[in-house]
Design a protein around this ligand. Structure first.
Ligand SMILES: Cc1cc2nc3c(=O)[nH]c(=O)nc-3n(C[C@H](O)[C@H](O)[C@H](O)COP(=O)(O)O)c2cc1C
Length: 200
């Protein structure tokens, strides 16, 4: 079956993140973002794509900071309340009935009830006509107790990261299941030594 090229996002499950920001006037904002990726394993950078018409993007330009909150399955009902277009004067924590989790390194608060939080400072914006790629530096990375084992392996049952695929009709929410496959990073290197793990 051949699909229209824009359907690429329908065939790869994407994480659902909530990006929380504060406007220059102090209004709290939340929006779901799925076009998001870390920039290479050893780095502390994370990148997401934002359409131009987003309060999130304006707030980040104005304040230089944002929190990427990772919700677990069960927070699907917060997606639409935070995704609906609302004016910049609307406090989206109140609209969605979400409570703040105070941040440690920036003013923008995180969202209580998520399983992980990345406090970020704007590193660089790659601006195009109708959208931007926003690169953030992760200043603080926090995860709830019990979501990682002693090897810092994410327990999919405990965290149950909220993900989605897009179909013709809309968004389908899902989470992850382990195959129980495992390979050490070192297996990729002829030397048998992974330079990143060695440096940690
Ligand atoms: C699951 C989901 C994922 C989304 N991902 C993105 C995204 O990656 N980039 C984007 O620009 N908009 C994305 N959106 C749309 C924004 O969340 C939506 O336009 C929102 O109203 C923007 O809010 P804001 O103006 O307060 O920033 C997504 C929406 C949903 C429901």
């Amino acid at each position: 079956m051949i699909l229209k090229p824009f359907m690429r996002e329908g065939i790869m499950p994407l994480p659902v993140s909530f990006i929380s920001t504060v406007s220059a006037d102090g209004v709290r904002n939340i929006a779901p973002y799925s076009c998001i990726m870390p920039v290479l394993r050893p780095l502390d950078l994370i990148c997401f794509a934002s359409a131009e018409k987003r309060d999130t993007l304006k707030n980040i330009r104005d304040t230089g900071e944002f929190v990427i909150n990772l919700p677990g399955a069960g927070l699907e009902d917060k997606v639409i309340p935070t995704a609906r277009m609302s004016g910049p004067e609307v406090d989206e924590f109140e609209v969605a009935g979400l409570a703040e989790k105070p941040s440690h390194t920036i003013k923008a608060p995180g969202i209580d009830g998520c399983y992980a939080w990345m406090e970020c400072r704007l590193e660089k914006e790659f601006k195009e006509e109708n959208y931007s790629l926003v690169m953030g530096k992760v200043l603080r990375l926090e995860i709830v107790d019990g979501a990682l084992d002693e090897n810092l392996h994410l327990d999919p049952m405990a965290a149950a990261p909220l993900m989605m695929t897009g179909s013709k009709k809309g968004m389908h929410f899902c989470t992850i299941r382990e195959t129980n496959g495992f390979e050490p990073f070192a297996a990729m290197f002829p030397s048998g030594v992974d330079p990143v793990t060695a440096a940690v």
